[in-house]
Design a protein around this ligand. Structure first.
Ligand code: DP6
Length: 355
């Protein structure tokens, strides 16, 4: 008789509104600062992870997209070892098979490590009935990848840098359902320096880094208040400023870490020109950039159509696109063929166990 058991979990990526950058403990992945993020909608994109165990298994195995990997990454091994340490005698874990896939391509501009480790942590906690499930799941997700700890909840999520460094949902997805996220893919190739390496280098060399840390909590408080009352103008300004501050810190790192490219800079100018176009101080779009050149744009549903027209106008697939009169006051160059693709999504309710 087979004693095989398995659990499957889906979790989606998250986008940081206030960035996590810097670890005070590399081993345990304890962050230097609090961060705040939006978890994306499961229906649009997620990692789908199944973990199984049975007494007949003779080693840990990992399949990605159905293909067996020659070995598990160091961080994945760390997660499994922690599960072994925490599992109870009567439920002792020997070996595990992990099967994971993403419903979104690596070229979507989204780090898949957050959704992958969040879904793995939740599936393992359930499969082995681990105690203190919330803090255990957070711990397992975090030692896989710091930002993964925010993907274990839906809506707006804060990751604390204090105490047990847990994450919590600040507002659920349904709090601001008209908020949309538009991801522009300018360049889908791999980033030159991983966030893990870059943040370590920042810590060692940047003087701006300390200055940033002293501003983060106040920003999070202000942003949380803006989210509470759905004040998009304040929300947008804080988010864009934090993105720029994060990239300034990367630039202040030595040797500098430069994630933004020509298209990113063009998009920044375009968004500001667009927001100022009607002269009514109403911000319609905000951007943020993670460790890459691709912007994540936040916008309310009512402005999506016009913003897509704007993108079509300035980033046409072909040279000979028609100019849209609505945007004639924006004096910026047209960048043909700059956009590889656009991904549209919204806030999500968080992970789901499906088996
Ligand atoms: C710029 O979570 O990928 O996206 O903890 O080393 O795995 P590790 O780093 P990771 O860093 C994410 C950095 C960021 C900002 C953020 O998501 O908060």
């Amino acid at each position: 008789m087979s004693d095989s058991r398995s659990v499957t979990c889906q979790a989606s990526p998250n986008i940081a509104l206030i960035k996590y950058w810097g670890k005070r403990d590399e081993e345990l992945i304890l962050p230097d600062n609090d961060s705040l993020s939006i978890t994306l909608d499961l229906n649009d994109m997620h990692s789908f992870t199944t973990v199984s165990t049975s007494s007949s298994m003779t080693c840990d195995t990992f399949y990605f997209d159905g293909i067996q990997q020659t070995k598990l990454s160091g961080r994945m091994q760390k997660v499994l070892n922690e599960v072994r340490r925490r599992s109870k005698k009567d439920n002792q874990i020997k070996f595990v098979e992990i099967r994971s896939r993403n419903t979104f391509p690596a070229s979507s501009g989204l780090a898949s490590s957050a959704s992958a480790y969040a879904s793995l942590a939740i599936a393992l906690t359930n499969l082995f009935n681990l105690d203190d499930s919330q803090s255990t799941t957070a711990y397992l997700a975090r030692i896989g990848s710091g930002s993964a700890v925010r993907s274990i909840y839906g809506g707006f999520v804060r990751w604390s840098s204090e105490g047990e460094c847990l994450s919590s949902c600040v507002y659920p997805a349904e709090h601001w359902p008209e908020l949309r996220i538009i991801i522009l893919i300018f360049n889908s190739s791999k980033k030159p320096v991983s966030s893990t390496d870059a943040m370590q280098r920042t810590r060692e060399t940047s003087t701006l880094f300390q200055a940033r840390l002293s501003t983060v909590n106040k920003k999070i408080e202000k942003l949380t208040e803006a989210i509470k009352i759905k004040d998009f103008n304040t929300f947008a300004e804080i988010v864009m400023k934090d993105s720029s501050q994060f990239h300034a810190v990367c630039m202040d790192t030595y040797p500098p870490v430069i994630y933004l490219n020509e298209q990113s800079k063009h998009l920044i100018d375009l968004v500001h020109a667009y927001n100022q176009m009607d002269g009514n101080h109403q911000i319609k779009v905000a951007y943020t950039f993670d460790a890459g050149p691709n912007p994540f744009c936040f916008i309310r549903e009512e402005h999506v159509e016009e913003f897509l027209r704007l993108l079509n106008n300035f980033y046409p697939a072909e040279q000979e696109s028609k100019f849209d009169e609505r945007f004639s006051s924006i004096k910026l160059p047209i960048m043909s063929n700059a956009l590889e693709r656009i991904v549209q999504t919204k806030i999500g309710a968080g992970p789901k166990i499906v088996s």
